[in-house]
Design a protein around this ligand. Structure first.
Ligand code: UDP
Length: 235
């Protein structure tokens, strides 16, 4: 395996599968299988999951909600998803520690760099829920933060597209995929990798990001073993 310690970011939307809201059990179980495969090969795995399948603060604000209130609702949505993933991973035989950036102590201990690394060292898969615990941030930023905190070798961003293109491939048929790209070039070309806060955190801490299609079976294992899939963003 190329990477020994990984942080996997899954969006909440990915959990919907073909549904338009909530969690699709089949998709959840397939993702868990992918994770089990890499964990069984000794990869130390942290996971951060979004909440967009349930609630997003910005969408709430557009509908007239208070932004901060909406952001906390979004963070709670990530807790729901994280609990679902925890249950599924445990069902499939893994030891899972759920930590949270938002204090919710009956369900999860508070996330900290020390707690995350101790749990990884003890052989747990660690899911960090609750985002950063602060409004006005995203789960991508939480993923970057946790990846840096746990000294991950790479941040794996599992999406529905197979990498980063020169333009949106769904709109522009001449769009070309990058195998690798530097942070500087991605910035200059204004390519959307992650939001700027997350992007900057990774760049400043020299943490590569691998964007890949999580919906292709076997891709997580390929990504971790260094096969040429997706796009790697690096310094
Ligand atoms: N959120 C937040 N602070 C954080 C992480 C998340 O306020 O540190 C809120 C924000 O409202 C966001 C929602 O939680 O819209 C769900 O997260 P996100 O949209 O990043 O989920 P994803 O797109 O990955 O499913």
């Amino acid at each position: 395996m190329k990477y020994k310690r990984i942080l996997l970011k899954l969006s909440g939307e990915a959990l919907m599968g073909g549904k338009s809201y909530g969690i699709d059990p089949q998709t959840l179980s397939r993702y868990a299988e992918e994770i089990v495969t890499v964990v069984k090969q000794g990869v130390e795995t942290g996971i951060v999951i979004g909440g967009g399948n349930i609630f997003r603060g910005l969408q709430g604000a557009a509908e007239g909600f208070d932004r901060v209130q909406g952001d906390y609702m979004g963070m709670l949505a990530t807790v729901i998803n994280a609990m679902a993933l925890q249950s599924e991973l445990e069902k499939q035989g893994l030891k899972v520690k759920l930590l949270s950036g938002l204090s919710i102590d009956r369900i999860a201990d508070s996330a900290s760099s020390r707690k995350i690394t101790e749990a990884l060292d003890a052989g747990f898969v660690v899911i960090v829920a609750g985002g950063t615990g602060n409004p006005f941030f995203t789960t991508d930023t939480a993923a970057a933060l946790r990846a840096v905190e746990m000294h991950a070798d790479v941040l794996l961003k599992g999406t529905r597209v197979d990498g980063i293109y020169t333009a949106d491939p769904e709109k522009d048929p001449t769009a070309v995929k990058f195998d690798t790209i530097t942070f500087d070039e991605a910035y200059e070309r204004k390519l959307k990798v992650m939001d700027m806060t997350a992007f900057t955190l990774c760049r400043e801490n020299d943490l590569p990001i691998l964007v890949f299609d999580m919906n292709q079976k076997g891709n997580l294992e390929k990504a971790v073993s260094g096969e040429n899939i997706g796009t790697v963003v690096h310094n």
